[in-house]
Design a protein around this ligand. Structure first.
Ligand code: FES
Length: 163
């Protein structure tokens, strides 16, 4: 379960008329759920609960059904993504070299669990399985930058490069 802030920003509020337009186009047509979710994720970069409630009303489906479909596909996200994506490798080589300690350190430092986003939306934190750089274990990816042989006390310096 994510501890990310689920508050709507003012910018998000401005997007709801566009959500209404999308839903109007597919009203009463649950077969178009995936199309509708794609459009909404494109607007917000994730699927806000408020938008899913509108989808539920518009397409005549329960929120549970919609959640079931959305969580089946990895390209849908129920939490807002951060401006920067941190991925800690927990493949075998990285795990053995202390990847889990890096995860725990980041969770504490950023006050967020794996799969979540910091309240200021600066960082999203995820685990990955082998990024093909096992010689650099433990490896951490921030956006497209690979950090090698990361120690917990290097984490702060790495994060400071991303605003
Ligand atoms: S296990 Fe981490 S890069 Fe391969």
């Amino acid at each position: 379960m994510s501890h990310a802030c689920m508050c709507s920003s003012p910018n998000e509020e401005e997007l709801y008329p566009l959500v209404d337009q999308v839903i109007e186009k597919y009203r009463g047509n649950p077969k178009e759920l995936i199309t509708v979710l794609h459009r909404i994720q494109k607007l917000f970069d994730y699927l806000p609960r408020q938008a899913l409630e509108k989808v539920s009303d518009g397409l005549g489906m329960s929120l549970n059904e919609i959640h079931g479909v959305a969580s089946f596909y990895s390209f849908f996200s129920m939490v807002p993504k951060g401006r920067h994506s941190i991925k800690v490798c927990l493949g075998t080589a990285c795990y053995v070299k202390g990847g889990q300690k890096i995860v725990e350190h980041l969770e504490k430092k950023l006050a967020v669990h794996v799969g979540g986003t910091t309240q200021d939306r600066r960082f999203s934190l995820d685990e990955v399985r082998c990024i093909g750089a096992c010689g650099l274990a433990p490896a951490v990816l921030v956006n497209d930058d690979v950090y090698a042989k990361v120690e917990p006390d290097k984490v702060e310096e790495i994060l400071s490069k991303y605003e």
